[in-house]
Design a protein around this ligand. Structure first.
Ligand SMILES: [Zn+2]
Length: 446
């Protein structure tokens, strides 16, 4: 057995690993101290008290006696490529943000921009301990290429705007794309990705529901983000966005609801066991999206956390989103007992249930998608409970290692990706985006 391999490239290969003498944080927040984790062929094969058994020669070991190990973090809603727009739309309300900035700039995005933005976003997620994410964007072939190149796990929803003039062509292109690539990699899955109820008229949303049903896909879409969207649906269809989507069969499939901040009591009847909300609290605060109904209904809704794109939330750190959600919930309820730390951690980890990968379980036989946390730093120390430190004090510098499918994508504090190269290209792209300027968008917000 080789000792702790300290060269960067060593982390990349899928090897058999023994993470020795760790404090393991389970998905319910409970701890297993002085524990060895055995990882073979990308799977956790043994969780045992430290020192139980000797590892064979083909195992490498990492001394985790000063570290904590948890499952990796799931990001339930992200427009990863929008990392390239980070900081382009500040201090803007939703109308300005969509109609004057984001949709016009997006109308001129190229495949290369999306490839680069996605890689940059994935690098940020890995840096923050995210091991799986649900992406919602266009140029899906570029997104898929980036995911494969970076080695992370992802669920991809090629975005469909039902109001776009070329909707039918786009839907058939997405159908072909999904059929062609759905078995490419065990680390990648697909969903249907209508943009939102208000950008998909009845004919389009019906066709998308049929597409999802016939291909056996889940659905990922924005619903009831703001009061104005609910008002519009009531004016157009005399019903809420949730009722509208239910009418066309959307909830017959597993649904990832991005946001749902303005969910109403009457909407709860449409939600199924496999309807999961992706809550992105930082976006709600930043774009001043209002109070909504989610915080009063949340105990009856299955939810986890997403980051949304970096153009609205500036970071793809899903633990930060959980933190902001908890703080916002306490603040709105005027009650510090609301959203207790363990409850928030359980929702964060419960987000894995939105995927079909079997991740998010700290047990033998589960995929080895893990974070090794180093909380030995002034901003996280002392550690009374690691979950408190992670949720309320930690940042990417405390993610020492990130592992997906038994491979380290961040190893001993360093990302596998060539970050300097990525940033150099991103700076060129930023300048090109500004030089090109906003275009004329084919879609509009409300
Ligand atoms: Zn979104």
């Amino acid at each position: 057995m080789r000792d702790h391999a300290d060269s960067f490239s060593d982390g990349n290969d899928r090897k058999n690993w023994l993470l020795r003498n760790a404090c393991v944080i389970r998905e319910d927040g409970s701890l297993l101290r002085n524990t060895d984790l055995w990882i073979e062929n990308g799977v956790i094969t043994k969780i045992a008290p430290a020192g139980t058994g000797n590892a064979p020669d083909d195992f490498e070991q990492i001394d985790c006696s000063r570290f904590h190990v948890s499952c990796g973090l799931p990001n339930l809603h992200v427009h990863t490529a929008m990392n390239i727009f980070k900081g382009i739309a500040e201090d803007a309300d939703s109308d300005e943000w969509f109609n004057q900035l984001i949709f016009p700039y997006e109308s001129r995005l190229t495949r290369e921009d999306v490839l680069l933005g996605t890689k940059l976003g994935i690098a940020e997620m890995i840096n923050n301990g995210v091991t799986v994410f649900a992406d919602h964007y266009f140029f899906e072939d570029a997104v898929l290429d980036a995911v494969k190149e970076c080695g992370i796990r992802a669920d991809l929803a090629p975005t469909l705007f039902g109001m776009a003039p070329d909707f039918d062509d786009r839907l058939s292109a997405v159908r072909s794309f999904v059929r062609e690539h759905r078995n490419d990699s065990p680390l990648v899955s697909f969903r249907a990705g209508p943009h939102a109820d208000y950008t998909c008229p009845p004919d389009a949303i019906g066709k998308i529901a049929d597409f999802a049903r016939s291909e056996g896909l889940g659905i990922h879409l924005h619903v009831s983000e703001e009061a104005a969207q609910v008002k519009l649906a009531r004016e157009r269809y005399s019903m809420t966005p949730f009722a509208y989507l239910d009418r066309y069969g959307i909830f017959d499939q597993p649904v990832l609801v991005a946001h749902g901040l303005w969910v109403e009591e009457e909407d709860l009847q449409y939600l199924k066991e496999d309807t999961i909300f992706a809550i992105c609290a930082k976006t709600y605060e930043k774009l001043a999206m209002g109070r909504g109904g989610f915080f009063t209904c949340r105990d009856r809704i299955r939810y986890g956390f997403g980051t949304d794109g970096a153009a609205s939330s500036n970071t793809l750190n899903v633990a930060e989103q959980a933190r902001m959600f908890a703080l916002l919930g306490k603040f709105l309820a005027d009650d510090a007992h609301e959203l207790r730390t363990m409850q928030v951690w359980q929702h964060l980890m419960g987000g894995h249930g939105a995927f079909g990968f079997g991740t998010g379980k700290m047990c033998e036989g589960a995929p080895a998608d893990l974070v090794i946390w180093d909380l030995n730093a002034p901003d996280t120390f002392p550690v009374y409970h690691p979950v408190t430190s992670i949720l309320y004090s930690a940042n990417s510098s405390h993610v020492r290692f990130t592992m997906v499918d038994g491979r380290f994508l961040k190893y001993d504090g360093k990302l596998l990706l060539d970050v300097d190269q990525l940033m150099a290209e991103a700076e060129e792209t930023r300048q090109a985006l500004i030089a090109r300027g906003p275009g004329k968008a084919e879609v509009s917000y409300l």
